[in-house]
Ligand binder design. Structure first.
Ligand code: UD1
Length: 417
């Protein structure tokens, strides 16, 4: 079992280029199966465990995928399967996104239910309802979902909540159906725009992505595309928090600052100098952070739930008393137990955390509890005095390409053993 050993207290300094967005590449890879007559080339694909699992799913379906550096070549020309078995579905919650892509290409799909998740219950009712609204017949049988789409129809899908995955499934399912489909109360996350841009580059006709009303004009055929994945805003925020907790001074490249406004504004309110240009962000942190106003997680453009654990770790040593309310995923505060082992003072009450800033954290042996919770422990360990040992690295590997090397280059004392 790999572990990370981090000797904290070293200010991070230097420049770093941020990798492509995990949450954009996963649905885009699923979308690549919609082309049956060419080879798509997708650039800026990070080398992550979730991407590797998605490639395994593609290969299981009969798609040929090759990686050269950060470029993936996807050839879905052969006769594809329409079934994803349990052992693959359970590795990756976002495998549910294949439901829409397989149905659009094969008109029927059989997929196992996605596995239990470390972030609390993550139902798929909105995905199912969106596909039913498009005319799909859906049955659940022995932990499998069977979907048939003999008579697809267009119309309006109203999402009861702006779910990212359900919005993506609705776009994938409808882009090859005749007529106009409208998704109301759609998620507005930048990754939705990236998926729409990729589908449009394949010949789809989708407008309104990034707003709460997306219009999909069905086309009869999609062709191969050459596409570059957007930068990972959550990885970028992670590195900014690493710099902030160590009193560091770093510049990030290959970012889209506009995607990170709530987090950048909070870092400035913590006392950091934040200079955001269109594609670079410079942060210079003070030796002691100020507690910012209360943080509330919300769908985009609000403060992202994926960055909540990162700020929870960061604020443990800020001066004052802080509050975080988690509105999206109930299991996001699991990391608080691990942060307490390092000396953090965090009180939990349902979906609210109260953080009483302490002068400093100390090293301890801790376990990653989920992907961003694991990254939060890295942030805490970089700022702590002494050595922290982080276990359960498979969670962190799901979302960060070259984390140890990148942090070492910025001056951290971090080793994977
Ligand atoms: C995506 C991101 C994840 C991020 C989340 C919210 C990917 C691969 N993952 O996850 O990193 O944290 O958006 O920004 O892109 N819900 C239902 N029923 C459904 C679907 C969702 O009740 O059918 C609820 C969920 O339980 C959750 C909320 O809606 O409380 C948001 O979920 P959703 O936006 O769907 O997140 P994901 O697409 O799973």
């Amino acid at each position: 079992m790999s572990r990370l050993m981090i000797n904290g207290g070293k200010p991070l300094k230097g420049d770093l280029s941020v990798h492509g967005a995990k949450n954009a590449v996963l649905p885009i890879l699923a979308a690549s199966i919609l082309c049956d007559d060419g080879v798509s080339v997708i650039h800026n694909c990070p080398d992550l465990r979730d991407v590797a699992t998605t490639i395994e799913i593609l290969k299981y379906l009969g798609v040929s995928v090759t990686r050269t550096g950060h470029t993936l070549t996807v050839d879905a020309r052969s006769r594809l399967g329409n079934h994803i078995p349990k052992h693959l579905m359970q590795q990756l919650r976002s495998s549910i996104i294949f439901m829409g892509a397989i149905v659009a290409r094969k008109h029927k799909a059989k997929i196992s239910l996605p596995g239990g998740c470390e972030l609390g219950p993550r139902p798929i009712d909105l995905h199912i309802k969106a596909l039913q609204d498009l005319g799909c017949k859906i049955k659940e049988k022995k932990n499998c979902i069977l979907i048939r789409s003999k008579k697809m129809k267009c119309g309006t899908i109203h999402l009861a909540f702006p779910s990212v995955g359900a919005t993506e499934n609705a776009m994938l399912t409808s882009c090859l159906s005749p007529g106009i489909t409208i998704v109301e109360n759609a998620a507005k996350e930048p990754e939705i725009i990236d998926l729409a841009c990729f589908l449009n580059a394949m010949g789809a006709c989708i407008c309104g992505a990034g707003t709460n009303r997306i219009e999909i004009h069905g086309v009869s055929h999609l062709h191969a595309a050459d596409y570059t994945i957007m930068p990972d805003r959550i990885a970028a925020i992670t590195y900014l928090c690493c710099a902030a907790t160590t009193g560091g001074d770093i510049t990030l490249h290959n970012v889209i600052s506009e995607h990170m406004e709530p987090a950048l504004s909070l870092l400035a309110q913590c006392g950091c100098l934040v200079e955001a240009k269109e594609h670079t962000i410079h942060i210079a942190a003070p030796s002691c952070l100020t507690m910012p106003p209360a943080i509330v997680t919300e769908p985009y453009p609000g403060f992202p739930t994926d960055a909540q654990s990162l700020f929870l770790a960061l604020l443990t040593t800020a001066n004052g008393i802080g509050h975080i309310r988690e509105n999206i995923f109930s299991g996001r505060f699991k990391v608080a137990t691990e942060l307490r082992k390092m000396g953090a003072a965090i009180a939990l009450n349902n979906n609210e955390a109260t953080i009483t800033g302490v002068p400093g954290l100390h090293g301890a042996t801790v376990k990653a509890t989920d992907l961003r919770g694991g990254a939060a422990l890295v942030i805490a360990a970089l700022g702590a005095q002494g050595t922290t040992e982080i276990e359960n690295l498979h969670y962190i590997d799901r979302g960060y390409d070259n984390l140890t090397t990148n942090l070492t280059r910025l001056g951290a004392d971090i080793h994977r053993i």
